[in-house]
Write a new protein. Sequence first.
Length: 258
Amino acid sequence: MGGALLGGWLDQGVAPQSITIVEPADAALPADLNKDITRCRSIDEIGADAALEIILFAVKPQVMDDVATPYARFASHATYLSIAAGKTIGDFEALLGNGAAIIRVMPNTPAAVRRGISVAIANAAVTDTARTRAGELLGAVGDVAWIDDESLMDAVTALSGSGPAYVFHLTECMTEAGIAAGLPDDLAAALARATVAGSGELMRQSGAETAATLRRNVTSPGGTTEAALKVLMGDDAWQKLMTEAIQAAAVRSRELAG
């Protein structure tokens, strides 16, 4: 996710000279990393008086405490962005100080193709200027929504953060179903992938039309689509399964928060 955001910033025109990456592992960095980006293997290579505007934490929640704590030295002037599932603003205030300016963000992987959506919440220490700047940076890879209730982040994580995996699994299932119906493997895969991708783009460009309206538009009475939807929508089967899945992901997000 950090790499997707970096790519979006560079595409947006952010000067590579203004970016510093702290990453000890060579394998974790893009092979074509811009030569004008400063690369450090440790925070110790950054002076305590460095004029850092925004610090992005893009590491696994399990290692966040160890990674984030040394950055408390920049709390007087930097705004911190976190994209770690389950790590709350309170967790970061405990690590970085109660006066630290913190924005918690949940993006999703379509950010890699500039079609992501990020949901963000800021604590009281974040200035209007910093919030605007963070919104611009997140907007480089897709849409941005701001919330005021942090308790919603678990549901956000379950729906949009984990959501791409649900869509990919839908594509897998459609592929296997096509094969079972007699299609060659490669054709079934191509049809499923193009159908899911194209439908997503149609929905993106449909403006105010809801997903339900688009579904009804393609469903002719007595036709093939209606026959399939009677299976998927019978007894709300698919809706119940999706609700259960998202609730399970939300519970896991709360568990990660401790």
